[in-house]
Design a protein around this ligand. Structure first.
Ligand code: PLP
Length: 371
């Protein structure tokens, strides 16, 4: 049987009755957009993160865009982020009219190297977007120290790290704004698209509520030119069913990660490192190996379909070449992109499936695994 890097069907079989009840509740409520489910989910998820406000949006790409618009980012401004991230982090910057500037990542974790931030911030920098990649947080003390010193706001891209903490504080509660994706694969995933922006600032909260709803405050009157970026009621109600389970999903992901760490310990596979002070929620379990491409190909022949997050550093992609990035600019980002791959990771992954994956890796490498 095919083993995929992510699969939701077992989880759906377990939770089907409650998910369908949630859909039915919304359909029967008489309100399909901007109703009680969305309002409740916004409050519940913001409280979970430890943030004062939550604004539901249609996805995190638009969430990042709106967060930048709320901060006043526009044409010709610069936004500093990393190139080892999902494309949407950067497309949102471009959509906002800004120029993306990149700093490199740490070799050990793939996370933003904040020691390069001071050199990347110019008088045109309007915000910095650290990405909490793979399930753990970038070094927010270091990011905040540089940004506060330069008066530059911080938007946390929390799309992969729901529930992750640093020194006990959850992501989304540290920067000026935090942006979450509920794309189905995420640690908290919807049954479709969804996103949410957290903030402790009530002015930003009000601005975001206006921007996501055509710039309207009341009915049919726009105070400003806005957008349509609402979280719909069905996804919000499904997310309300899943949010109380997020802790259990995360514990299961952590168990799976620990088991991979142990089984692969005698092989030449490099397992993920956790930054001291971080609690890692393992959105993905990213390993390294110099023969990554051979491993991917041979595992595929055995019906084990892995993934690479990410195989192409964004600064060298054709879609962004006009910003002048070239090979050699970001050595750690570029080198990691040739060596990393993600092993199957989702709460319903069985031990038998995990064993099959690890045994196959051992056979392909000709190395012992600790099963
Ligand atoms: C780091 C990161 N930022 C932004 C996004 C965009 O999320 P969405 O698909 O909800 O627009 C993703 C999703 O893949 C992501 O992983």
């Amino acid at each position: 049987m095919t083993i995929r890097v992510w699969d939701y069907l077992t989880e759906y079989a377990d939770e089907r009755a409650e998910i369908l009840d949630a859909v039915d509740r919304v359909f029967k409520s008489g309100v399909l957009i901007l109703g009680e489910s969305g309002r409740r989910f916004e409050a519940e998820f913001a409280a979970y993160c430890g943030a004062a406000h939550g604004v539901g949006v249609d996805n995190a790409t638009n969430g990042l865009f709106l967060a930048m618009k709320a901060l006043g980012v526009g044409e010709g401004d610069e936004v500093v982020t990393v190139a080892n991230t999902a494309v949407p982090t950067v497309s949102a910057i471009v959509q906002a009219g800004a120029v993306p500037r990149f700093v490199d990542v740490h070799e050990a974790t793939g996370l933003m190297n904040a020691s390069q931030l001071a050199g990347a911030i110019s008088e045109r920098t309007r915000c910095v977007i650290p990405v909490h990649l793979y399930g753990q947080m970038a070094d927010m003390a270091a990011v905040t120290a540089v940004c506060a010193g330069s008066g530059v706001p911080v938007i946390e891209d929390c799309s992969q790290s729901h529930g992750a903490t640093q020194h006990g504080v959850r992501c989304g509660a540290v920067g000026d704004l935090g942006v979450f994706s509920f794309y189905p694969t995420k640690p908290l995933g919807a049954y479709g698209d969804g996103g949410l922006i957290t903030t402790n600032d009530e002015i930003l909260d009000a601005k975001l509520r206006s921007l996501r709803f055509y710039g309207m405050k009341g009915v049919y009157y726009a105070e400003e030119a806005g957008y349509n970026s609402r979280l719909d009621e069905v996804q919000a109600e499904i997310l309300r069913v899943k949010l109380p389970r997020l802790g259990a999903y995360i514990r299961r992901r952590q168990q799976i990660a620990k088991r991979y760490d142990e089984i692969l310990s005698a092989t030449s596979i490099g397992v993920p490192e956790i930054v001291p002070g971080n609690d890692h929620v393992y959105y993905v379990y990213v390993v390294r190996h110099p023969e990554r491409d051979r491993l991917l190909a041979e595992l595929r022949q055995r019906d084990i379909l892995l993934n690479v997050s990410y195989p192409w550093p964004i600064h060298t992609m054709r879609g962004f070449e006009r910003f002048g990035g070239k090979d050699g600019d970001l050595p750690c980002t570029e080198s990691l992109s040739t060596r990393i791959m993600s092993l199957p990771m989702f709460p319903a992954l069985s031990e038998a499936q995990q064993d099959t994956v690890c045994r196959a890796i051992g056979e392909v490498l000709g190395e012992p695994v600790s099963l």
